[in-house]
Design a protein around this ligand. Sequence first.
Ligand SMILES: [Zn+2]
Length: 330
Amino acid sequence: MIKTDSTSNLTAAGDIGGTQIRAALVNRDGKILAESVGQTLPERGIQDAATRLSDLIHEVTSQTDGVVGLVVSTAGPINPASGTYDHPPNLTGWHGKTMKPDLERLTGLPVAIGHDATLAALAETRFGPFKGSQNLVYVTISTGIGGGIVANGQMVTGSTGQAGELGHISVRTDSEALSCGVGCHGCFEGNASGPNIGRVARQAARNDPVNAAKLIELAGGEIENIDARLAFQAAEQSDPVAEKVILQVIENVGRGLASILAVLDPDGVIVGGGVVHSLESRWDEVIDAVRTYALPRYQTRGIPVSVTQLGDDVSLIGASVLSFSRFGAS
Ligand SMILES: [Zn+2]
């Protein structure tokens, strides 16, 4: 059992992704003081994962006198009140289940579960360039595209906990637009997520192998090896086919982010995820693309879109913010 102390300046935080489980000890300044990582192994079942996460939590809190509680950030969809999963695509077999009771029993701590992107948005209202903001959106552009929304100072969860599916905003309507895994044609995720950038780049190389010579060379001569990272790299080295693919991605990202700004009028949109690391060197072009599709109010106001400064720890830090506000003594 871990001692619960609502006056402590420390909290336990967890993060469950499709491949990794992480536990951390975090202070009120969002600083991670200890961290431990394991594999998720979702196929072993949710109870097994809860036991292993609890072991990691015990590990990171072993040197402390007490923590305010435990908040776990997880890939969704989940109901944030109960922590119950609803057909999570990357946690097969966990549908209809929650690890909250197991974690409470195994750690002795008060436990809350949150959606990773929503907690990322919460972290950014506390520590990012839009610190102090009451209205902020976090968008992750990675294997998929998702988001978290803080509006009027509150996390927006929706009626079933599944708000923030920003990846399914329509960004294209032309015949070459791709669909996402869910099947919506022309959506943000279908046309700007990592796997889809790879798909478009492979098709483009097949259509015009002569002009895609650099791209194909970077892929070791095998078109099938082309992925998003190589497409960005080839564009950087002036491959005209890759450049065209990346320009289209930048436009798609611009359209998606412009729609988010229009709908939610946030103080800022923070963008994270693997694809953003590749886009960072062309961030001015991304901002120009957002401006092209943004409402007139943004022509004078500027485009409040930034890359996250909190890196891969953003959801863990968000979990700590929620833990102090929910379980800490004020
Ligand atoms: Zn979609």
